[in-house]
Design a protein around this ligand. Structure first.
Ligand code: BDP
Length: 593
């Protein structure tokens, strides 16, 4: 599914703005025919989570259904076009009606979905769009949901959070990314797949373009742009709905953090000599490769300096904000990072567009966070595979995406099932499925070493990603010992698997303004010292490929006594102001190549 683009043949209308909502705590809206329209409780800003935005209506910790409605008109010019309605994401389960007719649904909170709406559009009067969103998670969803009874059955009452979650970030609800209408010709480009290769100083772009079913005989022109010039062009008669081709680029410019060079592929579709569709796609030519001890970008070793992040901000929750994305990338530059992981779900497409432009190396994560293998069913497995398929399909053309993460910390509750034959079969199937979808990037899955070096996912990962909290959750207050434990553990893992290792999470909570002259948890000094200790260990080991601090910025979690509203492991606070650690990290990363 292509990202919406306005050009000579496509028109995009953004339906972001004020929408109306009605809370459906009894889940009776459909019986009451709210799909035909309802009297509203309030106005909501879209995109944006409902939680902080409308907390005064009791929505802060609300889990359940909320109905959204929006009226819109379409220009006459849309009359002869195919009209698509696309949601960047809605969390978690969305059911959609247009002018009373059910047009479809989507399950999964972090990926786009779209519908063709021509049949139900009204051309000469206002249209009524209704969306019912339910943010309830279950054992079968990705990510999984949890109940108070689950905590009890694990005798983990003291782990219980409000609202109950199995992961350590807030389960916001709402329409989180823009809702757009696109009008385009019935015969159009549906998807593009890019692969790039490098041989010496030459680059190669291989592409495949998928078209909607078109009966007429059509011509496809594909032009390769560098800056303001077309440097190569191919023209073909379209046979069937797939068109493949390639461009060889002698003495090419390659994409990297130091030189995020983007070519542009321009696809044009002609009927006789009339242009009926076009699409422009930025393309970075680059190659990722793993050795036993290294990650190579365009043949050169690269060391990942960066963070685990979250999509989270005051009032917006997970709602997309262009200024916030721009700010975060400025801070990443300021601090000297070159990389981050989209923990623990795929981020907005706009984030990856920015990463392509600014030269960031991104590990994109599938939202299978804290998978509990006792609760896994065939439905969970199918949803997991579907999420992988959709993430890879959405993000594979971005040069910034250098690896895929298929989840985070499965078996967090230490359930025996996470170390069983069934779990092994589960991971064998998940990794095999994923690997046939993309042979150009490595796969990983961050774990915490609950099973020491016996974690079942290690053998399937191309590189290991280790989340480690020595000096925080374990042996708190003992920074030197934390360093020794980390060193021993990483060496052991490398000796067992001979695969490069990314330390994908480490850090400490720090509340800005708390200070001490001795090692005291929660102070700014403690966070700084622990991060510096981890740096010294990680960078001294020849098989590590990077260090990702947990976290870039403080973020909201469900309520629990161990969180003071937020997880405070950010080196920036939630407003993006630096803590002391940020200055120390900046000084340090200036020296690390
Ligand atoms: C890790 C999780 C991350 C948490 C972090 C923490 O991957 O989601 O936020 O711990 O506890 O285990 O701060």
């Amino acid at each position: 599914m292509l990202y919406p683009q306005t050009n000579r043949c496509r028109t995009v209308i953004d339906l972001s703005g004020f929408w109306e909502i009605r809370i459906d705590a009894e889940s009776s809206g459909e019986d009451k025919q709210w799909q035909n329209g309802f009297s509203a409780d309030a106005v909501i800003g879209v995109p944006g989570s409902w939680n902080e935005q409308l907390s005064e209506l009791g929505l802060m910790n609300y889990v359940g259904k909320v109905w959204f409605q929006k009226r819109f008109s379409v220009p006459n010019a849309f009359n002869h076009s195919q009209v698509m309605l696309r949601f960047g994401s809605a969390d978690f389960h969305a059911r959609v009606w247009l002018n009373g007719a059910f047009i479809g649904e989507n399950i999964g909170g972090y990926l786009p979905f779209e519908f063709e709406i021509n049949r139900h559009l009204l051309w000469d009067q206002e249209n009524l769009l209704i969306v019912c969103i339910d943010n309830t998670l279950t054992h079968g969803t990705i990510p999984q949901g949890v109940t108070c009874e689950d905590y009890q059955s694990f005798q983990l009452q003291r782990h219980q959070t409000y609202p109950p979650t199995v992961f350590d970030f807030f389960a916001y609800g709402g329409i989180h990314r823009p809702v757009k209408l696109t009008a385009l010709h019935r015969c159009h480009l549906e998807n593009i797949f890019i692969e790039t290769h490098i041989q010496g100083t030459d680059g190669r772009i291989e592409f495949r373009a998928d078209f909607s079913e078109c009966s007429e005989s059509l011509r496809v022109d594909v032009a390769l742009w560098a800056e303001n010039d077309v440097i190569a062009r191919v023209q073909h008669k379209l046979k069937g709905s797939i068109h493949e081709g390639r461009f060889d680029i002698p003495h090419g410019q390659f994409w990297s953090p130091d030189h995020p060079y983007l070519y542009r592929l321009q696809f044009e579709l002609y009927q006789d000599d009339r242009l009926i569709d076009e699409y422009r796609l930025p393309v970075g030519v680059r190659e990722i490769e793993l050795k036993e001890r290294q990650m190579l970008l365009n043949g050169e070793p690269v060391f990942l300096k960066g963070f685990g992040k979250h999509e989270d901000f005051a009032v917006l929750g997970k709602g997309l904000s262009h200024p916030l994305i721009a700010k975060d990338f400025q801070l990443l530059k300021w601090i000297g990072a070159n990389s981050f992981r989209t923990s623990h779900y795929p981020y907005a497409e706009e984030v990856l567009q920015m990463a392509d432009r600014m030269g960031y190396l991104i590990i994109v994560e599938v939202p299978a966070v804290s998978l509990n293998l006792r609760f896994v069913s065939e439905t969970t497995l199918q949803n997991h595979k579907r999420a992988i398929d959709r993430v890879i399909e959405r993000d594979r053309n971005h040069p910034s995406v250098i690896a895929w993460s298929l989840g985070n910390e499965p078996g967090i509750w230490g359930e025996a099932e996470s170390n069983s034959t069934t779990a092994d079969q589960y991971w064998a199937e998940v990794f095999a499925f994923a690997k046939q979808l993309d042979q150009t990037r490595p796969f990983t899955l961050p774990t915490f070493p609950k099973w020491q070096d016996r974690d079942l996912v290690y053998k399937y990962c191309d590189f290991l990603s280790i989340n480690r909290y020595w000096g925080w959750y374990e042996i708190p207050g003992e920074i030197d010992k934390a360093g020794e434990m980390l060193r021993e553990e990483l060496k052991q893992l490398f000796e067992t698997y001979h695969k490069p290792i990314l330390v994908s999470e480490f850090g400490a909570d720090a509340i800005e303004g708390l200070h001490a002259t001795y090692a005291q948890l929660f102070t700014e000094e403690y966070q700084t010292a622990l991060i510096e200790k981890y740096f010294s260990v990680i960078e001294s080991l020849p098989f590590t490929i990077g260090e990702h601090i947990w976290n870039f910025a403080d973020f909201r979690t469900a309520q629990h006594f161990r969180r003071v509203v937020l997880n405070r492991k950010g080196v920036f606070n939630r407003q993006r102001e630096p803590k002391s650690a940020a200055f120390a990290v900046r000084e340090h990363w200036k020296k690390v190549k």
